[in-house]
Design a protein around this ligand. Structure first.
Ligand code: HEM
Length: 534
């Protein structure tokens, strides 16, 4: 009897479950097929949307949608609808408004549980949906990152990091073996930019280059093991967290907290571990500043400038309207996490792509070296100033042309805060728009021979007039790191080509690309580096 009861109950259970799931699926597809403004796109599955078909990488998804569906299409990440667009008029409409009030696309993301769980929905810049708080952080950061004092400080930091990198290369054999030292460009540039962004943001020595050198070489550097380990752990945690970011943003909370609970908790834990290290550094820097004599000029590094904003020690007089509070430790910490995430792989990928394109286009490389020698003379280790960097017009054109043909952010995203019209469709507030920069930058309607690598096109034209060129976004949320990154890239190229020459290990070497965390990077490109003959 008990067995019969159990069987009936089990069968009932199975039937009820099927009915509930069936009803849910029917309702889901009824809503899907009767939705407002249906756009072309793959048919989603309940709960996961198109995640199983398309994966998590926005860059790959955009390319697929563009080739299959054209200028406008839709995709579901979980149950959230995202619109992918690649028409110039629509992209301009999203990225051109320069005032907050007249902006219909002020948010980056709709409300997102994952972002909230890592504490970035009401903090920092990138994902901050508290527009008042975002606006204060944005003013402080933009004015700091664009100030001459900060940029001067940055150039010195790059010079120091270049000297260190070149010292390792020379130890590694570049100085001795005249023509056979192979350097894996992406791996070294990653280590270089990791150190650069950490020293830029937290003013503390970082050892990614040294760790990489030690891994490759039998000669070990004389640096205390605990420093190498601390630095290695911070970088490993940061980039594991960054890789997990797409999972946190795109996978629905109900799946993250059940089936993938272990992975979810691990990624969120990584964010907090990184934040813990940075938070300790912010406190330490506050104490260092307090210990410095008030008569003495404070250093113009980012952390000092953020800590002293709106305090009596503020040397840069950042204008914040009627806001008169200093930034809290937690705000500084969240901003720094975002800067490290936003400013490392983007810069690393750009340096690698520039070097790879120069190797495959020796005439462009010669022209660039000529310009560097005109501005700095023939000098193995020239002193760089902001004023001298301003003279490097061809160098700037090379960087822009590389970013055009091979953008590191092939897509980017914004979210509407008002009801908006695009391509004849009306979209409700909170709709997420992915914009396809790659397809605009390489579109034959806007570029003559878009497949040709030709920096001259940027010499003849005012950057502002090149409407179909998207490197740093635009409008109110334009990348605040753009001057910093241009100074970093130009300074690196000056120092590099003053000391070395470079050649691809094979002629016309294919540039192998990888996609991770929304960034397209150079996966593999091997070069010979030789000391320059003077
Ligand atoms: C080659 C390097 C870089 C590229 C291609 C790049 C690209 C971008 C793009 C496309 C955006 C979106 C802008 C928009 O919505 O209009 C952005 C935003 C942002 N970038 Fe960059 N970036 C780079 C380097 C940096 C660096 C070095 C930093 C800082 C150290 C940085 C910090 C940020 C931040 C904080 C935002 C969010 C701004 C906001 O939402 O208000 N980026 N970047």
């Amino acid at each position: 009897m008990a067995l019969l009861c159990l069987n009936i109950t089990t069968i009932d259970w199975i039937t009820v479950s099927f009915l509930v799931i069936g009803a849910y699926v029917l309702r889901y597809y009824y809503n899907y097929f009767t939705r407002k403004n249906p756009l072309p796109g793959p048919i989603p599955f309940p709960i996961v949307g198109n995640l199983l078909q398309l994966g998590l990488d926005g860059t790959k998804i955009a390319k697929h949608l563009d080739s299959k569906y054209g200028n406008i299409s839709e995709v579901y990440f979980g149950s959230n609808r995202s619109i992918f667009i690649s028409g110039l008029d629509e992209v301009e409409k999203i990225y051109s408004p320069t005032s907050i009030k007249k902006n219909d696309f002020i948010y980056r993301l709709p409300p997102n549980k994952g972002i909230n769980e890592i504490g970035l929905e009401k903090n920092g810049l990138m994902f901050n949906r508290d527009i008042k708080d975002w606006s204060i952080n944005r003013k402080i950061l933009s004015q700091t990152l664009m100030s001459r004092v900060f940029l001067r400080n940055t150039i010195k930091l790059i010079e120091k990091n270049c000297d260190e990198l070149f010292q390792y290369w020379d130890l590694f054999g570049v100085a001795e073996h005249d023509n056979c030292t192979v350097i894996e460009v992406p791996k070294w540039t990653r280590a270089f930019t990791n150190d650069l962004i950490i020293e830029t943001t937290i003013s503390k020595k970082s050892y990614a280059k040294a760790n990489y050198f030690n891994r490759l070489s039998d000669k070990k550097l004389d640096i205390p093991q605990h420093l190498l380990k601390q630095s290695g752990d911070l970088i490993d945690n940061l980039f594991a967290a960054l890789k997990g970011g797409m999972f946190i943003i795109n996978v629905p909370s109900c799946i993250r907290h059940t089936i993938f609970k272990y992975l979810n908790d691990m990624i969120i834990g990584l964010f907090y571990r990184v934040e813990d290290v940075i938070s300790k550094r912010v406190k330490e820097r506050r104490q260092e500043i307090e210990a410095m004599s008030v008569e003495k000029e404070l250093p113009s590094d980012l952390l000092t400038m953020m800590i002293t904003t709106n305090t009596s020690r503020d040397q840069n007089k950042i204008r914040l309207g009627d806001y008169s509070e200093p930034l809290s430790d937690i705000s500084i910490c969240k901003i720094i996490v975002e800067l490290i995430i936003g400013g490392t792989d983007t810069t690393m990928a750009t340096i690698s792509f520039v070097l790879a394109y120069l190797c495959n286009h020796p005439k462009v490389k010669d022209q660039l070296i000529k310009e560097i020698e005109q501005v700095y003379g023939v000098n193995l280790s020239p002193t760089i100033t902001i004023e001298s960097l301003d003279k490097l017009r061809y160098c700037e054109a090379v960087i822009h042309e590389t970013a055009r043909i091979c953008p590191v952010n092939e897509v980017f995203f914004r979210t509407s805060n008002n009801r908006v019209e695009l391509c004849g469709y009306t979209f409700e507030p909170g709709t997420m728009f992915w914009t396809n920069f790659y397809s605009l930058n390489n579109n034959e309607n806007y570029w003559v021979e878009p497949d040709a690598f030709n920096p001259d096109r940027f010499l003849d034209n005012d950057l502002k007039k090149l409407k179909a060129f998207y490197q740093f976004g635009g409008g109110v949320r334009h990348c605040p790191g753009r001057l910093l990154v241009m100074a970093q890239l130009k300074s690196f190229l000056v120092r590099f080509f003053s000391k070395y020459d470079i050649e691809s290990t094979i002629s016309n070497q294919p540039i192998i690309k990888g996609f991770a965390g929304g960034i397209t990077y150079c996966e593999k490109f091997d070069v010979y580096i030789r000391p320059k003959k003077i």
